[in-house]
Design a protein around this ligand. Structure first.
Ligand SMILES: [Zn+2]
Ligand SMILES: [Zn+2]
Length: 345
């Protein structure tokens, strides 16, 4: 019972934290909280440890490195090994449909192909050779992207919707964000691969959660576990309830129940992020623009607190041209990768 209560608290805490970070990331409250936390941290922790942690965080999040790619592959490998080792075998014995059991493997192959493409594809780096070509693609809105702006690091004219990535040290056309999980920027030429990768990753986690749940439910039904009784702490016989059943399954199949909890949390988090990414794609915004933009709904949102000095300014998205044209722009970029190569060579 204690384990379950703690696990549920942990789950609710994690989900609330993620939602709060999403809401607060547009406000100054989060920055205040981070600064306050950093001050307390600097008083308690010795200087040498602080320096080491700062160095590690800088390496992980502000330099190009393969740490998260390796972590991603290790986690995916562990989940699939457990699925193959236990769930697949048990489900075959229970005569589950083979097509259904093989679906996670099919999704894994597609996911890995698009993961590799996202990692390796040029996101749309701006160079002296293609600068003029990119300058013609999007209109300058004079609010977020002024005409004649230059990147001081690359010494190049900044095309509308581009941004300099401080991690990769280059300017990227239609810059979305820098993703540590793929060790690459997400821009004009790889957003399509990133979306399919995200979609298949979410689908594989959800499929695995469904198969694992079905296996456990099937097991409970076949063995008539729900009709059993157990003796409680006071020595009284009690009929089986859902909490005791989950606890019993956890003790009997610890790895499978742990895997189920993990893929369920992952499905919820990835599903939430996928919805956000699809919303951005459908409305032709990048994460960078969404973050910077002062949208009309934000003015009405009671959670958002604006600094008193800030002028209320509603940013108008001039790049959205309807759902299909917006999606076509992502999947068939205005300047294809091959054209850029031709012009450069
Ligand atoms: Zn730059
Ligand atoms: Zn980058």
């Amino acid at each position: 019972m204690d384990f379950l209560v703690l696990f549920l608290f942990y789950l609710v805490f994690m989900l609330i934290s993620v939602v709060m970070i999403c809401i607060c990331s547009k406000t100054h409250r989060l920055k205040g909280l981070v600064q306050g936390g950093a001050q307390i941290w600097s008083c308690i922790i010795p200087e040498c440890i602080q320096r080491a942690v700062r160095k590690l965080l800088h390496y992980l999040f502000h330099t190009r490195n393969y740490t998260f790619i390796i972590l991603h592959l290790v986690l995916q490998g562990t989940v699939y090994t457990e699925y193959t080792w236990e769930i697949f075998g048990y489900c075959q014995e229970l005569e589950f449909s083979l097509y259904y059991l093989l679906l996670p493997y099919l999704l894994l192959i597609i996911c890995l192909i698009f993961f590799t493409l996202t990692c390796l594809t040029n996101p749309g780096t701006i160079t002296k050779a293609n600068e003029l070509l990119f300058l013609q693609v999007y209109e300058f809105d004079e609010v977020m992207f002024p005409k004649n702006a230059r990147c001081s690091t690359c010494d190049l004219k900044k095309p509308a919707r581009s941004k300099h990535c401080s991690v990769c040290n280059w300017c990227v056309h239609r810059f979305d964000h820098h993703c540590v999980w793929v060790n690459n920027c997400i821009g004009a030429w790889n957003t399509r691969y990133f979306l399919i990768y995200l979609l298949t990753l979410t689908a594989s986690a959800a499929t695995m959660a469904i198969v694992s749940t079905m296996f456990l439910v099937h097991l409970v039904i076949v063995s008539d576990l729900y009709q059993e009784t157990y003796i409680d702490d006071l020595g009284h016989p009690q009929s089986m309830d859902i909490v005791f059943l989950i606890q019993y399954l956890f003790l009997t199949f610890p790895r499978i129940v742990f895997l189920l909890g993990f893929v369920m949390v992952l499905s919820l988090l990835l599903g939430g992020y996928l919805c956000f990414a699809l919303y951005l794609a459908a409305t032709n915004q990048t994460t960078n623009e969404w973050y910077k933009g002062d949208w009309a709904w934000c003015q009405l949102c009671p959670v958002v607190v604006r600094p008193p000095s800030a002028e209320p300014q509603v940013y108008e998205n001039i790049h959205s041209h309807g759902l299909w044209r917006n999606l076509r722009e992502i999947f068939l970029p205005t300047i294809p990768y091959s054209e850029r190569k031709k012009k450069e060579w």
